[in-house]
Design a protein around this ligand. Structure first.
Ligand code: PHE
Length: 341
C-alpha cells in the first residue's frame, strides 16, 4: 500500500495539463469521489493497526499534494489560455451599457389597484398561501363534499389533506373577520393557485385582489358604486359597468362585474369579442352564513365582497394576450414596461 502511495505521488508530480480536458482527467483520477486517493482512504481499515498512523499521514500528504497540483495546473491553464486569446484589455472597446430595470407589469397593476382603493378608505391585508381547508372553503360556506368545491381545481398538500394551496384570497376575509369586530374595509392582494393546465388563458398560479367591506347598513348600492368608481379610475372616466347575476357560495346575491370595452368604446373589437363588455370581477353581498361563521351577527351587520384577477386587469390595460408572459421572465417582454409605475 505504501508503494501505491509513492507511485501516485510520482504520477501527480509529473502530471501536466495542456488543455482543459487534461485537467479534468487529473481531477477524476486524483481528486473526485471516485479517485484513486479516495480508494486508498477506503482501504484504510484493512491496514494493520501498528501501521495505521504512518499510513494515515502518507495518505493525507498524498491528498494535499493532489489538491495543490490541481490548483497550480488550473492556474497555469488559465494563464496560458488568456495569453493565447488576448493580449491584455482592449481599452478602445465600447462600454457595456448599464441598463435600467423595469417594474413588473403585475406589480404596477397591483399598486394601481391598491392606490385606488386606499383613496376610498380601504386598507391592505394579507394572509397565508398554504391554507387550512376551513379558511379556503368551509368557513366560506362551501359545505363538505359540495359540488361548489369543484368550481376551483385545488392543489392539496399530500401529507396533510386538511391543507391546500389557497384557490382565492377570500381566506383572508375569514381570518380578518374571525379576529375582530366590524367595521372592516380592506383589500387583500395575493397569489393564488389552481390545478389547471397552463395555457394562454389559464395558469396554475396567478394573483387576485379581494375586497371586503362589512359594517352596519352596507348595501348593494355601495358595492356597485365602489366598483364603478374603481372602473373609472382604472380604465378611464367614460367607463361604464354592468352587473350580471352569478353564483358564489360565500355571497348572496352574487354578481359578475363587466366594464364597457375601453378599447373600442362600445363599437366591438377582438378584446371584447364583439360583445362590447369585458368581465373584470366577481362580487356580491357577504352571505349571512359567512358572517355567522366568523362570529359576526348577520342581523346587525352586512357587507359586500369582490375579487378580481390582477393578471386579467393587466392584460386588459396593456393588451397582453398570453397569461404565460407574466411568469416567463423574458426581458424582451418586461423591457416594454420601462417607465410605467
Ligand atoms: N373568490 C372568488 C373567486 O376566486 C371571487 C369573489 C370574491 C367573488 C369575493 C365574490 C366575492 O372566484
Amino acid at each position: 500500500m505504501f508503494d501505491k502511495v509513492e507511485e501516485y505521488k510520482a504520477m501527480i508530480k509529473s502530471a501536466e495539463a495542456k488543455v482543459a480536458d487534461d485537467l479534468e482527467q487529473f481531477r477524476m483520477k486524483f481528486i473526485s469521489k471516485k479517485s484513486v486517493v479516495t480508494e486508498l482512504f477506503n482501504d484504510f481499515r484493512n491496514v494493520p493497526n501498528d501501521q495505521k498512523k504512518a499510513f494515515g499521514q502518507a495518505l493525507n500528504e498524498l491528498k494535499t499534494l493532489a489538491q495543490d497540483k490541481f490548483k497550480s495546473l488550473a492556474d497555469s491553464l488559465d494563464h496560458s489560455s488568456n495569453e493565447s486569446t488576448s493580449k491584455g484589455i482592449d481599452l478602445t472597446l465600447p462600454d457595456v451599457p448599464n441598463e435600467n430595470g423595469s417594474v413588473h407589469p403585475l406589480t404596477t397593476t397591483r399598486n394601481k389597484i391598491i392606490e385606488i382603493f386606499e383613496r376610498m378608505g380601504f386598507n391592505v391585508a394579507s394572509g397565508p398561501e398554504i391554507e387550512e381547508d376551513f379558511y379556503n372553503f368551509t368557513a366560506l360556506n362551501f359545505p363538505e363534499n359540495h359540488p361548489a368545491r369543484e368550481m376551483q381545481d385545488t392543489f392539496f398538500i399530500e401529507k396533510n389533506p386538511d391543507k391546500v394551496l389557497r384557490t382565492h384570497t377570500s381566506n383572508v376575509q375569514i381570518r380578518m373577520m374571525e379576529g375582530g369586530q366590524p367595521p372592516f374595509r380592506s383589500i387583500m392582494p395575493g397569489r393564488v393557485y389552481r390545478n389547471e393546465a397552463i395555457s394562454a388563458r389559464a395558469h396554475c398560479f396567478f394573483h387576485q385582489v379581494e375586497g371586503l367591506y362589512v359594517d352596519k347598513n352596507v348595501g348593494f348600492k355601495d358595492l356597485k358604486q365602489t366598483l364603478y368608481h374603481f372602473a373609472k379610475e382604472m380604465f378611464g372616466e367614460n367607463t361604464k359597468i354592468r352587473l350580471r347575476p352569478s353564483y358564489f357560495p360565500f355571497t348572496e346575491p352574487s354578481a359578475e362585474i363587466d366594464i364597457s370595452c375601453f378599447i373600442c368604446q362600445g363599437k366591438g373589437c377582438n378584446v371584447c369579442k364583439y360583445t362590447k363588455w369585458v368581465e373584470i370581477a366577481g362580487s356580491g353581498m357577504v352571505d349571512p352564513n359567512v358572517l355567522a361563521n366568523c362570529g359576526i351577527d348577520p342581523e346587525e351587520y352586512t357587507g359586500f365582497a369582490f375579487g378580481m384577477g390582477i393578471e386579467r386587469i393587466a392584460m386588459l390595460k396593456y393588451q397582453i394576450n398570453d397569461l404565460r408572459l407574466f411568469s416567463e421572465n423574458d426581458v424582451r417582454f418586461l423591457r416594454q414596461f420601462q417607465g410605467t409605475f
